[in-house]
Design a protein around this ligand. Structure first.
Ligand code: SAM
Length: 324
């Protein structure tokens, strides 16, 4: 097991399989990797199936027991079933998707070994949905959610990024997961760190308060101290990482870019480590280097100055990586 200098054990890995996407969500941080590219043919620089599997085998050697496939849109990879099928059996396998390719394919993914899925649904209003995602596939996403449920993925978590354009739809989404068996709602605080538009952010404590007033039961999860609210039988969870040191103190994952670099923090752009030439020794060395350099973003990489504003800790003005 790899442990960083802050006592955080590495237990999870988030693999961005492509940065191609058929949506162009206005808020998207693309896993910290800059703009997504439109749907197009597979890129030469994307990791091959074998490379993804090799990285996961090394992760499993180090005791990592959960992988999440993401992107871009991970379902644009035609080899997703094969990747899932070849993922070490010690790992729990999940995926975050926009849902549009689940109809007709969800069952094959489950057969390959997919255990959990998050589907992004930011609104229940088709027009607002089109405005946010720059795509007109609202009905297709609903079909995708149904396909995931039919394939036996239970629960299906609906990811909703909370910002000023989506906040009006929170009550309807809460009602939706209360009514429909198998669905849960994950409200994700809008993260402006890489995307800018700080003015879109809304006060997440108000959302907590709104849910608290209506909840019949509240549970605090060990993971990130996340709160779960049970409302009319439905489960709603809030993910609130922004300016939240306790969230970062409980972060146990590293990330893989579509080109095969490893990084330790979503919000940092200075911590990429190449895994070239993608041999197991090179991959192991990259894991060790990334974990050794991992620090909590809020509370260590960013610290509060005398005015209470977050600023870069000067220790990290120049972080050495193999890329330097
Ligand atoms: N295409 C897939 C999808 O639509 O879910 C996977 C990629 S998407 C980058 C993964 C997750 O990141 C989505 O659930 C989305 O809600 C979340 N996300 C993207 N940008 C965000 C931001 N600026 N703040 C908070 N969450 C964000």
């Amino acid at each position: 097991m790899l442990v960083d200098g802050f006592g955080r054990e590495l237990t999870g890995i988030r693999v961005s399989l492509t940065d191609r996407c058929n949506f162009d969500c206005v808020y998207c941080h693309n896993e910290g990797l800059g703009d997504t590219r439109g749907p197009m043919d597979p890129q030469d620089d994307e990791m091959t199936t074998d490379e993804v599997v090799r990285i996961l085998e090394v992760a499993a050697e180090f005791g990592v027991d959960a992988v999440k496939f993401t992107g871009g849109e991970p379902m644009l990879r035609g080899d997703l079933e094969e990747i899932i099928d070849r993922t070490p059996s010690t790992m729990e396998i999940s995926m975050t998707t926009n849902g549009t390719f689940l109809p007709g394919r969800a069952e094959a993914l489950v057969d390959a070994g997919l255990e959990r899925v998050n589907v992004s649904q930011d609104s229940m209003d088709p027009e607002a949905f089109a405005e946010i995602t720059k795509a007109g596939a609202y009905d297709r996403v609903l079909e995708g959610i149904d396909a995931a449920l039919d394939a036996g993925l239970d629960p299906v978590k609906l990811n909703m990024v909370v910002f000023d354009q989506t906040a009006p739809y929170i009550p309807e989404m809460v009602e939706r997961v209360g009514k429909e068996k198998g669905l849960q709602l994950q409200l994700i605080e809008y993260m402006p760190e890489l995307t800018g538009h700080h003015e879109w952010a809304i006060d997440i404590d108000r959302v907590h308060g709104w849910l608290e007033e209506r909840a019949e039961r509240i549970e605090v999860r060990e993971m990130h101290g996340r709160k779960r609210y049970w409302i009319n039988g439905g489960m709603v969870e809030i993910v609130d990482p922004v300016e939240n040191p306790s969230f970062c103190a409980n972060c146990h994952r590293v990330r893989v870019t579509p080109e095969g670099e490893l990084k330790g923090c979503l919000n940092r752009t200075d911590d990429y480590v190449s895994m070239d030439p993608m041999t197991k020794p090179a991959i192991r060395a990259a894991f060790q280097e990334v974990v050794a350099n991992r620090v909590p973003f809020y509370g260590e990489y960013m610290i509060r100055n005398g005015d209470g504003e977050w600023e870069l800790n000067e220790k990290y003005l120049q972080t050495p990586t193999t890329a330097d």
